[in-house]
Design a protein around this ligand. Structure first.
Ligand code: PGA
Length: 241
């Protein structure tokens, strides 16, 4: 992994936005894999700013989001669909028909996952995939398990993830118990990966990432097998390495 330690969250967000913007400039019809959560919010704000100030053009960009709660209505302000429009898509000129987000309202979630894989393949695969990491090392909603799914699938959330995400909901009871998520194979198929990790509470999982072992009990360690991963950490996240 090409690792850069940034001073703080704002610097990490800006560096991440420059990496994304560079990809959009050099390949205007690129396919971006996008992530939600607290971590990429600053990066999305910086990208929206680049669009507003210097006309960074997303008109030919296609996007695929990593995951979505299931079931959840798009209109729920905690859905990842809502998050993406709120934090990025409403502020840039991406075309609605080029935005792909797993449908938390799908009547047949397995069919939705199969169709999503087909759409990613049809778009030529993901050029640059943004990732965050869970406290337990999950990537997307690929939670620590003995066996991991290769492709996009419906899965249950672990107690640790429900607890971590409860901060966004009225209570832990309101966090959906399932999700639809790209599998580790879908993620590893991206040509390049940009992994963002910020905050003291992530220092332990970063230590695990740097322990030199690959294990499905910390799914992010599988990223060591990918040939093109850029890892941006802030000093807090890097404090134990
Ligand atoms: P966070 O979530 O960015 O809100 O920490 C990351 C994740 O759970 O993958």
């Amino acid at each position: 992994m090409k690792t850069t330690i940034c001073k703080n969250y704002d610097e990490m967000s800006l560096v991440a936005a420059y990496i994304m913007a560079e990809r959009v400039r050099t390949k205007p019809d690129c396919v971006l894999g996008l992530a939600t959560g607290g971590t990429p919010v600053g990066m999305y704000a910086a990208l929206a700013d680049m669009h507003r100030r210097s006309g960074l053009d997303f008109s030919r960009v296609t996007s695929f989001n990593l995951d979505e709660y299931y079931p959840i209505k798009k209109s729920n302000d905690q859905s990842y669909d809502y998050f993406m429009w709120d934090n990025l898509f409403s502020h840039i000129n991406i075309k609605r028909e080029n935005v792909n987000i797993l449908d938390g309202e799908a009547a047949d979630p397995d069919a939705e996952c199969r169709e999503y894989e087909a759409r990613m393949a049809g778009a030529g695969g993901i050029d640059l995939q943004v990732l965050g990491i869970g406290l337990n090392g999950h990537i997307g909603f690929n939670e620590p398990e003995n066996e991991m799914h290769v492709l996009t699938h419906k899965t249950g959330l672990t107690e640790s993830t429900i607890e971590a995400n409860a901060r966004f909901f009225a209570s832990a009871a309101d966090v959906p118990r399932h999700s639809l998520t790209m599998g580790m194979g879908s993620i590893m198929a991206a040509k390049s990966i940009l992994l963002l990790i910020s905050g003291k509470n992530k220092a332990e999982v970063v230590k695990r990432l740097f322990a030199g072992r690959i294990t499905t009990s910390c799914p992010a360690t599988l990223l060591h097998l990918h040939p093109d991963v850029t890892l941006l950490l802030d000093e807090d996240a890097a404090s134990l390495i």
